[in-house]
Design a protein around this ligand. Structure first.
Ligand SMILES: CC(C)(COP(=O)(O)OP(=O)(O)OC[C@H]1O[C@@H](n2cnc3c(N)ncnc32)[C@H](O)[C@@H]1OP(=O)(O)O)[C@@H](O)C(=O)NCCC(=O)NCCS
Length: 168
């Protein structure tokens, strides 16, 4: 049975190994390691999926800021990864849903991400451009999405991401 809870310090390298295996390059593993060193890191939103003692998946949400309204508490969900042999069993979905539930419980308002609309729309993500948010990256508009998890949804505008995203 797979259980999800915040990563422990002892699991940091295993978390990075999951992303190195899930993605074609080690960019996401390096991103996680770099984001842990920033003020944007929220320990309770670095969530590990465990099968026994084995780390089989991980999702990270880090803080982003709305330049027009710093009172809005916003996050970006990136990355999420599951070991290739463990994919297709609902682990990724559980990680995303637990991240959203935790974000809501902790008083965050918005969760942004860049990803496949077919996968993420089931969790309430929808195109962020429709709400007036400016895509900070050169990705197609439909992959830039947001889920509203709190009361203060903001009125759009530019977003400021943690510096390690500049290297992706
Ligand atoms: C994306 C990922 C985290 C999903 O984890 P998972 O445990 O396989 O997900 P689940 O079992 O909960 O859900 C699987 C469903 O999502 C779909 N899916 C999986 N990866 C997807 C992707 N990248 N884009 C769109 N749909 C995807 C599958 O087709 C499957 O759909 P089905 O249930 O209708 O058959 C995992 O496939 C992964 O690590 N992929 C490589 C890294 C990656 O691409 N991360 C996301 C970047 S946006």
């Amino acid at each position: 049975m797979v259980l999800i809870s915040p990563e422990t310090p002892a699991e940091e390298s295993a978390v990075e190994s999951v992303h190195a295996a899930a993605f074609p390059t080690d960019d996401e593993a390096k991103l996680v390691a770099a984001l842990r060193q920033t003020d944007a890191f929220v320990p309770s939103l670095s969530l590990v999926a465990r099968d026994g003692d084995d780390v089989v998946g991980h999702v990270l949400c880090t803080r982003v800021s709305l330049e027009a309204d710093p009172s809005v508490r916003a996050l970006t969900l990136a990355p999420v990864g599951v070991l290739p042999d463990e994919q297709g069993q609902g682990i990724g979905s559980s990680l995303v849903q637990t991240a959203l539930d935790t974000a809501a419980d902790e008083g965050f308002d918005l969760v942004f991400l860049h990803g496949d609309p077919d996968f993420y729309s089931q969790f309430g993500f929808h195109p962020a451009g429709i709400r007036g948010f400016e895509n900070p990256f050169e990705t197609p508009p439909e992959v830039f999405m947001v889920a509203v998890v709190g009361e203060n949804a903001g009125e759009g505008g530019a977003l400021s991401y943690p510096a390690p995203f500049d290297d992706i």
